[in-house]
Design a protein around this ligand. Sequence first.
Ligand code: TEU
Length: 542
Amino acid sequence: MKKHWWSESVVYQVYWRSFYDSNGDGYGDLQGVIEKLDYIKALGVDVIWLNPFYVSPDKDNGYDIADYYGIMPKAGTMEDFLKLMKETKKRDLKVIMDLVVNHTSDEHPWFLESKASKDNPKRDWYIWHDGKDGNPPNNWRSYFCPSAWEYDEKTEQYYFHSFAVEQPDLNWENKEVREEIYKMMHYWLQKGISGFRLDAIALLAKPAGYPNAKNPEDIRYLTNNPGVHEFLQEMNEKVFAHYDALTVGEVAFVSPEEGLLYVDESRNELDTLFHFEVCDEMPKWDLKRFKAIQKRWYEGLWGKGWNSQFLNNHDHTRLVTRYGNDKEYRVASAKLFATMLHTLPGIPYIYQGEELGMTGVKFPSIMDYNDIAMINKYQELTEKGMEPSVALANLQPLSRDNSRTPMHWDTTVNGGFTTGKPWINMNPNYKEINVANELENLDSIFYYYQQLIAWRKKLPVFVYGDYKQIVEEEESIYAYIRTYKGEKLVFVGNFSEKKVQIQSNECLNLSYDHLVMSNYSLEDKPQAVNMEPYEARLYLMK
Ligand code: TEU
């Protein structure tokens, strides 16, 4: 595979509205990100992914864009953005921007024109269909609502939305739309950003004829439809080919074979992708399934296109709460997952607060939640007759707000995040889990991440090593070997709350002398075959 500036990078995701508030309005902002750049740099990462901060009515936290060229006042100003560009450059950090081109806000001037009349020149910029016998054009669901169609009284047609009603889908079949989007992409790339995280990018092409779905609940029909690769090849030719940028696409519901079509270097589409076989499709930790996923994606992509690795983001419950153990083994399990994240093949992405082992939340009332996906679903369930308390309890574990509560900087009010009232409640455990505590404690999760990243920077095997799973028959052990030009890395992890003695002799020849990292003390020279609960081991050999 070709070597790029980003091949050896580690990406840190900044959900700016919950990162650091510099002006006391309760929202994090770009100036807040600037003030914390030294913290991000200290972790050792290279790239910052910023969630959307374009002008937006903010119904879906910035994923409903009303002006692609402006900055949301909550986030700051264009001046702040340019300062961020300067300050990141100074520290040799790159910035990739989250960009939403599958849909806009229903307040975008394009949509206002499109819905003004059937003969408006922008009518065809969105997807308008007649209803069928007083019903929507077909039976599809959207991600966030029971129907993917919304009726417009004035023009007596339905428009299509893959997400919320306030997020109408653009019509990518329309050449003018595509040209406008490419123009806007150039605008930001010329301002000095280093690439894009492309939101919902596999949704650009819609199924021909919009046929009814057999099982409308399974919304796979929204994704990965014929035509999407033509759009991406054109986007690449018209935009990405002119820059040395990193493009990572959000590509849900694809197999490795389908995923490869997006990232195969010879096809000139995207550089890498997020597939969702873990975060969307595996609600609870399932080691057997995880091993199979890693194997299939390695076999599908290796040598042809770059994979990405992530275990949580702004849409998914924090990893220690969802996949690890956020109680007695919070620190151990956070470090175990971190060791795996940085040693698997693919670019690692860290979601803000992950490096502190931040946990999910359970707010007492639906009124405490902000996530539009959760609130809409709550409404749908209660309208169908579900007890409100039952609906709330059902939705809490996977609410997107689990990961959206503000960063914990210290033990002061609101964890030092804001001097005002935070836009969403704090996780009450900020006095215990926060940056100040982490930085004081040499054994902290933060320093563990820092050390992993430092190793990754030092040895090419982390990036270029091939991948082979070992001790496959062990139920709670995950172990693999990666090799590259005489370097060898071995990861061994116990993903259970019990002590385990590994039976397989594949681990017998792992010598203590090669053990470079573990989340348990190395002083008593642990033997390779005896694993503590959630223990992680990293061996390196030359
Ligand atoms: O998410 C889109 C998405 O397709 C889902 O797979 C996502 O994992 C889901 O929301 C989980 O419940 C993107 C953004 O990441 C999300 O924040 C936006 O709300 C959405 O697109 C619409 O733009």
